[in-house]
Design a protein around this ligand. Structure first.
Ligand code: ARG
Length: 470
């Protein structure tokens, strides 16, 4: 196709340079927006009928033609052409082939600039719904794994050093909380995604008496944009999404790191399901935690995508610039990556097998009840700074004897402080340590069980909301 015969070819006299044609084409990736593009076009043409720019018959011909185009795309018979540059012009050209000159009227009162912004927002809002569903499934999986383990004791870490005993369910519910924030960030971001730019046209709006409210409502947007220049060039909504997605990946990556550590041969606190691991081509005994490792690795691409879009936007003057075509690949890649990683975790989490005995053994190492000992002294009216020192001295004594705090004789303890009596042994028990942390947010089995019940109710209500929405 020569430049002169292209849709925009009126003012051109020279032919297209083939390299430039393929350099500028986006059809290789933006065809993914086709269903959203067709939906946007259908509502735009209905609006043009309503305001009398198209006749009813013309509107109907366009709607039938667009349905036919969608059908061809869905069954795979549609011929995508690089010469037609992008998804918008591929679809419009095919429409014109199918319905003739009437199809040439569809683009009245709009531009590819507001069209592409509409398509991306429509597409992204639906993808966010899907990611919210996957987050919901992951949260369900976490609670399912946690429920039988409210009293299972494991070492709690700071600096990856055994710090204080905690319950396994309590640790898992920390993951749940991360996803709760991710969900709330996505919902917040979705509010700004669901704004209709349609009608902004190229940059200044259109001279036709368009009904923006009609297309907004038909397309399920919650507001219309208030400034045409901003609406065609704004990609904040995509950046906000990438930033929320990056945090989801940071969370999944942190859990991955924990799973890799917990399942490592020297630690063995959990066993990962065979279906989510692979073997080694040379070492027959190996079972490698590939899924968590890959998820940890994929966090890098999503964070990279966020950086790409921030840099893409930072130098752009108003209004639309072709730079914006570069927003799509990082956005598409992020949606695919985050969705796949959430899907992998939702499937893997309920299959994780905790090694309860091993967890307890590891939790007993390293004097994890030294803080409980110091707290006990405080209750005997010893100031905390002194009780901290006394408890430290007992730790040093136990270390030098190669035993646990609970193995020290009362007489040995009393040499360090006369305050000690038999009742101190109770607080040295791991079970009593976790039980005592029974305030909201604490690790006590009863508290965690109450928390699980609260979460299950929350998820149940949310499930009915999700079902209503679909
Ligand atoms: N393919 C373009 C994009 O993704 C569509 C808009 C092009 N507009 C233009 N005036 N060249 O941004």
């Amino acid at each position: 196709m020569s430049n002169t015969s292209k849709i925009w070819g009126g003012r051109f006299s020279d032919n297209v340079n083939e390299f430039v044609q393929s350099f500028t084409a986006s059809i290789g990736f933006d065809k993914r927006l086709a269903p959203a593009d067709i939906e946007g076009s259908k509502q735009h043409s209905r609006m043009l009928v309503n305001i009398g720019v198209l006749t009813k018959a013309e509107g109907e011909a366009i709607l039938l033609g667009l349905d036919q185009v969608l059908e061809e795309i869905t069954v795979g018979t549609f011929h995508w052409s690089e010469e037609l540059e992008d998804v918008h012009m591929n679809i419009e050209s095919r429409l014109i082939e199918l319905v003739g000159d009437t199809g040439r009227k569809l683009h009245t009162g709009r531009s590819r600039n507001d069209q592409v912004a509409t398509d991306v927002r429509l597409w992204l809002s639906r993808e966010i719904d899907e990611i919210l569903r996957l987050i919901y499934q992951c949260q369900q999986s976490i609670v399912e794994l946690a429920e039988p383990h409210t009293a299972t004791i494991m070492p709690g870490f700071t600096h990856l050093q055994s710090a204080q005993p905690i319950t396994f369910a309590h640790h898992l519910l920390a993951w749940f909380e991360m996803l709760e924030r991710d969900r709330s960030r996505l919902l917040d971001c979705q509010e700004r995604v669901k704004v209709s730019p349609l009608g902004s046209a190229a940059l200044a709006g259109t001279s036709f008496d368009i009904d923006r409210e009609f297309t907004r409502a038909q397309l399920g947007f919650t507001e219309v944009s208030r400034n045409s220049l901003d609406a065609v060039s704004d990609r904040d909504f995509a950046i906000e999404f990438l930033s929320s997605a990056s945090l989801i990946m940071v969370h999944l990556s942190r859990w991955s790191e924990e799973l890799v550590y917990w399942s490592s041969s020297p630690v063995r606190m959990v066993e990962l399901p065979d279906a989510y691991c692979t073997g080694s081509s040379i070492m027959p005994q190996k079972k490698n935690p590939d899924i968590p490792e890959l998820v940890r690795g994929k966090a890098g691409r999503v964070i990279g995508n966020l950086t790409s879009l921030l840099v893409l936007m930072k130098g752009q003057p108003l209004a639309y610039n072709r730079d914006n075509q570069e927003d799509k690949e990082p956005l598409f890649d992020t949606v695919d990556t985050v969705s796949d990683c959430l899907r992998a975790f939702a499937g893997m989490i309920p299959e994780i097998r905790p090694n309860v005995e091993r967890m307890l053994d590891l939790a007993s190492e390293g004097h994890p009840t030294a803080t409980d000992l110091a707290d006990w002294l405080v209750r005997k009216d010893v100031p905390f700074r002194d009780s901290h020192r006394i408890s430290g001295q007992l730790v040093a004594l136990a270390e030098s004897k190669g035993c646990n705090l609970a193995d020290l004789a009362l007489s040995e303890m009393r040499e360090i402080s006369g305050v000690f009596d038999e009742s101190v042994y109770e607080v040295l028990e791991l079970e009593n340590s976790v039980k005592s942390r029974s305030h909201v947010g604490g690790t006590a089995p009863e508290t965690v069980a109450t928390e699980i019940a609260r979460i299950q109710k929350l998820l149940l209500n949310r499930y009915s909301d999700l079902r209503e929405a679909t």
